[in-house]
Design a protein around this ligand. Structure first.
Ligand SMILES: [Zn+2]
Ligand SMILES: [Zn+2]
Length: 166
């Protein structure tokens, strides 16, 4: 949704120092998530699993829970054509108002879920770190937690190309 992203671009190397705390809630943890870097080479998408970033059990759980909000959207996408067709054929155009009402409800529940997580100190409901391989052997780390991004940047000072927020 409207959360900021913290970008750290570094040289492509194999010796990154990874802060030893959950990348979402910053708690100490032994858990981790495997991050895949993606690069597009002449139209073919490459996936390379390269890094393990700490992620605690609780944050793994809410990451999975956040996905359940995609299901009603997908269902609505599938059902909207029959609903529209039915409404037009039967001249019951009021049925069309069902679609925006459902969208508003889904968005409302998702925002409520997000707000609850933020109150508990989480930085984002879904996956929190992403990697992208850029040209000239530069790797872009995309963080959702500003403090985690800063800690990472500090520990990898010697490899940094750029830091910014979007
Ligand atoms: Zn956590
Ligand atoms: Zn979390």
């Amino acid at each position: 949704m409207s959360s900021s992203k913290f970008i750290v671009e570094v040289e492509q190397r194999s010796d990154y120092v990874i802060p030893r705390m959950c990348n979402c809630c910053l708690m100490e943890t032994n858990g981790f998530e495997e991050i895949c870097a993606e690069r597009d080479v002449s139209g073919i998408a490459f996936l390379r699993c390269t890094l393990k970033i700490p992620l605690c059990k609780e944050c793994e759980k809410h990451g999975k829970a956040s996905k359940k909000y995609d299901i009603p959207f997908a269902l609505l996408g599938l059902l909207s054509f029959p609903i529209i067709g039915y409404a037009i054929v039967l001249e019951k155009l009021f049925l069309l108002s069902i679609i925006p009402i459902i969208v508003v409800l889904i968005v409302y529940f998702r925002l409520r879920f997000e707000r609850k997580l933020r109150k508990q100190g989480h930085s984002a409901p879904e996956k929190t770190v992403a990697l992208k391989i850029l040209k000239n052997n530069v790797i872009r780390f995309i963080f959702k937690n500003e403090e985690y991004a800063k800690a990472f940047a500090k520990m990898n000072k010697d490899k940094i190309k750029d830091i910014y927020k979007i």
